[in-house]
Design a protein around this ligand. Structure first.
Ligand code: CO8
Length: 252
């Protein structure tokens, strides 16, 4: 795994290209620790996760899982550690450069904005291994693209390209392969130009839409909106609009 910092954002690159960036326990530990560290850094307003070479991640590491038995997996709550990524409060952009299969697709779906290159391939091929998605695929994919498509992908194990993923609502943007990282950096820089508090609240409010009823979600959003009125960034943002100038957010 590689970690770099840009202006206002961090980039985590999965870097096991010989295994198509398969996700083993070491990757889990490294990625979740790096993401938590970037999240705690006041200079970081967004995180990009991408993969080296031709894969984003081709899934959980099958070679590591091959001899895993029920008792070990259950007692260790195997892969539950990935939920730490969902606790990150700055927005995470998945820049999907190639295969995003099984756990790789599930990792992308843990992120907040999915940008895909024209070479990206998504799928939940666990069915071919005699198992099923285990890092959220049956849940997040169904919420993202609906029951019909989720059943299709999880039951047949087929891969879809970036265009179909965008049409299905899995992906926010598709760009030429060579443009992928620039596009992700541009999104990250745009987010970094906003109020960190407001963007964390946006992320929190949209995530709540996945977890609760509309009535409760609307109330939650309204309360967060009320809370945003207590921030200096709200005063600055609205004053800047009225005074016809750019805002200078202080993330306070
Ligand atoms: N795990 C381990 N190694 C892998 C994986 C993987 N998921 N994917 C690819 N590799 C390795 C290959 O074994 C190969 O290694 P080697 O050179 O040593 O033989 C190398 O990467 C290159 O792969 P290929 O030669 O297969 O490359 P191809 O271009 O021919 O094929 C594919 C690319 C189509 C992506 C193919 O590699 C493939 O089908 N990979 C497996 C995809 C898959 O089934 N993913 C789902 C895994 S299961 C999962 O993710 C469950 C998640 C939930 C776990 C929750 C636990 C609680």
């Amino acid at each position: 795994m590689l970690v770099e910092k840009g202006e206002g954002y961090g980039i985590i690159t999965l870097n096991r290209p010989k295994a198509l960036n398969a996700l083993n326990l070491q990757v889990l530990t490294d990625v979740t620790a790096a993401a938590a560290q970037l999240d705690a850094d006041p200079e970081v307003s967004a995180i990009i996760i991408t993969g080296a070479d031709r894969a984003f991640a081709a899934g959980a590491d099958i070679k590591e899982m091959q001899s895993l038995d029920f008792a070990t997996a259950y007692k260790a709550d195997w892969f539950a550690g990935w939920t730490r990524l969902s606790e990150v409060r700055v927005p995470i952009i998945a820049a999907v450069n190639g295969f995003a299969l099984g756990g790789g697709c599930e990792l992308a779906m843990m992120c907040d904005i999915l940008v895909a290159s024209t070479k990206a391939k998504f799928g939940q091929p666990e069915i071919n291994l005699g198992v099923l998605p285990g890092m959220g695929g049956s849940q997040r994919l169904t919420r993202a693209i609906g029951k019909a498509k989720a059943m299709d992908l999880c039951l047949t194990g087929r891969m879809i390209g970036a265009e179909e993923a965008e049409r299905s609502g899995l992906v926010a943007r598709v760009v030429e392969h060579e443009q992928l990282l620039d596009e992700a950096k541009e999104i990250a820089a745009t987010i970094a130009s906003k109020s960190q508090i407001a963007s964390a609240m946006v992320k929190e409010a949209i995530d709540v839409a996945f977890e609760t009823t509309l009535e409760q979600g609307l109330r939650y959003e309204r309360r967060l909106f009320h809370a945003s009125l207590a921030t200096n960034d709200q005063s600055e943002g609205m004053a800047a609009f009225v005074e016809k100038r750019e805002p200078g957010f202080t993330h306070t």
